[in-house]
Design a protein around this ligand. Structure first.
Ligand code: 2U9
Length: 350
């Protein structure tokens, strides 16, 4: 019996020595000291021993068990320390490594143009007004002097939702709503940016959804010269101080008289090229003096008040300013296109 115990001790100590992980060590512990282990078995069989042998075997079994437990404990401390060292080595951070670049987005070119135009007009004392994209027939057409038989009201040209509601075809209803809110009292100086919708087949210069920025000033003694001065400041700020402007007569239902504004072509300096189609001028926006009917319908007395209004398409402005040849680039979200408008140096990005 004693020999068996000594042999067990030797075997156990060898296996403890050989254990290379906490899991293996636990297996050795269970194998030798567990309830079904050989030492427990020896102790259980002590009843069959003689009176003399029993204390000797009992003492030896306890000693063997103590020694195995002690070695297990020592080895456990060692393996735990090793595991901590291994984890530390694995998780060590090299603080000298260069940082990973964080990809940085940038404003959409249309957002930039709209903000630039807004900033300019805010600097001139205007406020920014917004309104619903689903409009009533009244604010989108009626209040803007577009009579019932006007071609723009055709189902073929607008996205109708019901007989009386549609996706707005212009941002002008925002101005009409603002005038109504002012209850016939000036002054009004607003700029209205937003999305508008028209039933068009998309191509390089047309889109069923696009943006507009319109402006409106209503007060006593507002004249055509105020409009011209304002548009000149705008054109020089957006396209460059060396650009000239010219106004040509035009027609819009909501303004009378109406004009279209051209700026001198930057590419050829006015001599004529493919961009300006040989004319030396590029059309930028429409404008005019607010039609007396429009003033009256929104509660302003045209005998006392006058106003000017203008409207432009940010896509067209952006296309001219940045040399973009297809309006669809603004809506297809190709990052190769969008990144070109990045204010950060994209060549340093990974
Ligand atoms: C009210 C009174 C007058 C807004 C105006 C234009 C001329 C114009 C177009 C240019 C290209 C829009 O982006 S575009 O398709 N706009 O030419 N817009 S005057 O006149 C108004 C608006 C509201 C109450």
């Amino acid at each position: 019996m004693q020999d068996r115990l000594n042999q067990l001790q030797e075997e156990a100590l060898l296996q403890i020595e050989a254990a290379s992980s906490l899991k293996e060590l636990q297996d050795v512990r269970v194998a030798y000291l567990g309830k079904k282990g050989p030492i427990t078995e020896v102790l259980r069989g002590m009843g069959k021993l003689s009176e003399e042998e029993r204390p000797l075997v009992g003492a030896l079994a306890n000693e063997v068990r103590g020694k195995i437990a002690e070695r297990l404990q020592e080895k456990q401390v060692l393996l735990e320390a090793e595991a901590v060292q291994k984890k530390l080595a694995e998780e060590s951070i090299d603080v000298t490594l260069p940082g990973r670049p964080v990809p940085q987005g940038n404003d959409h070119p249309l957002t930039r143009i709209v903000q630039e135009i807004e900033d300019l007009f805010i600097g001139l004392g205007y406020t920014v007004e917004e309104g619903p994209e689903v409009e009533t027939d009244y604010y989108n057409f009626e209040a803007l002097n577009l009579p019932k038989d006007h071609p723009a009201r055709d189902m073929q040209d607008s996205f109708y939702i019901t007989e009386e509601t549609l996706m707005r075809t212009q941002t002008s209803p925002v101005q009409a709503r603002t005038m109504e809110k002012h209850k016939g009292k000036g002054p009004i100086k607003i700029i209205c940016p937003g999305k508008v919708y028209r039933r068009d087949n998309d191509d390089a210069t047309h889109s069923h959804q696009f943006m507009q920025i319109e402006g409106l000033v209503v007060d006593e003694n507002i004249r055509m010269s105020d409009l011209k001065g304002t548009l000149e400041v705008f054109a020089k700020k957006i396209f460059g101080a060396d650009r000239k402007i010219r106004l040509r007569p035009s027609f819009f239902p909501f303004t009378e008289p109406s004009v279209e504004m051209d700026v001198s072509c930057k590419i050829c300096g006015g001599d004529g090229c493919s961009v300006c189609k040989g004319t030396g001028w590029i059309e930028i926006l429409g404008a005019g003096m607010v039609h007396p009917n429009v003033l009256r319908m929104s509660g302003f007395d045209p005998e006392k008040y006058s106003g000017f209004a203008f409207g432009m398409g940010p896509e067209r402005i952006a296309m001219l300013k940045y040399g973009v040849d297809d309006i669809r680039h603004f809506y297809t979200n190709d990052v190769r296109f969008l990144k070109q408008f990045s204010p950060v140096d994209s060549s340093t990005e990974k």
